[in-house]
Design a protein around this ligand. Sequence first.
Ligand SMILES: [Zn+2]
Ligand SMILES: [Zn+2]
Length: 333
Amino acid sequence: MNIQTSIPAPARLAPAGTLPLPSSVAPPRIVWPYALGVAGYHLVAMLAFVPWFFSWTGVVLAIAGLYVFGMLGINLCYHRLLTHRGLVCPKWLEHSFAVLGICCVQDTPARWVAVHRRHHQHADEQPDPHSPLVSLFWGHMGWILVENDDLRRLGIYERYAKDILRDKFYAKMERHGWWMWVIVIQWGVFFAGGCLAAGLSGDGAMAAVQFGASVLVWGVFLRTVVVWHITWSVNSIAHRWGYRNYETDEGSRNNIVVGLISSGEGWHNNHHADPRSARHGHRWWELDVTWLTIRLLMMLGLAKNVATPSPHLTSAAACRQLSTHDYEVSPDR
Ligand SMILES: [Zn+2]
Ligand SMILES: [Zn+2]
């Protein structure tokens, strides 16, 4: 990150509709596998409201899953560790967290990292993959549903994800759709685990299947959809509404609701001001559960080289314009 104080104030806080679609999108073409996947997951998740699929175990698994899969897999691993290199974990632990991230169906680690690094480099400018200045729906989920030539794997990997793909584990996840098999195995583990637990406790075959189905619908499908909308809210809501601790040269905001439901990712203005920091909550009351978890890992000796907010941020320069777009996006190491 480079802090400058002389750049002109851009039109970052303009209303939605003031930024065109990325030129690499026109004309919009639907990516059917993604569109059907997103629609299918939402439809299956809605079965949670059918009484036959209800169980309290499913509810507990869904809530715990927000933390285990969303927080550890996406926030800690995909975002703060892999994208921004804000901490280092032992490889076995990093890869385990990455598997949890893959289970969240937000694409492979390399693709997530590449798209997000591009977002930081062009946030709220025309090539931003998901600026809500195009429209709130576009920034939230519209961008996932259409082809964007800018985000084709080979091109974007070469530019933004070389460091990720040097790791054989992540390279392997790209090949032969392996990451999708991880997702399918997840379905099987939850369903079979539920059936087995009910069977062992003496339930009949039909009751065991019903329990397994409730564990699958609540513990996987509903949880995945909720984690999606939490992650997407950081891109949409936290670039539109909230307060700003730093005058960054894009529209990022600290949004209290998103900050709390996302375990700290919604302190998004803090994050754009200092992307590498593994701590997103900068003020004492900006609760950052992901950061508390990283501190726990540090105490256990499972996280090191942890980046904390830059001292530059507290200097007088931070009160003026912070240039964040020239952030080093692809550490070539
Ligand atoms: Zn952002
Ligand atoms: Zn980021």
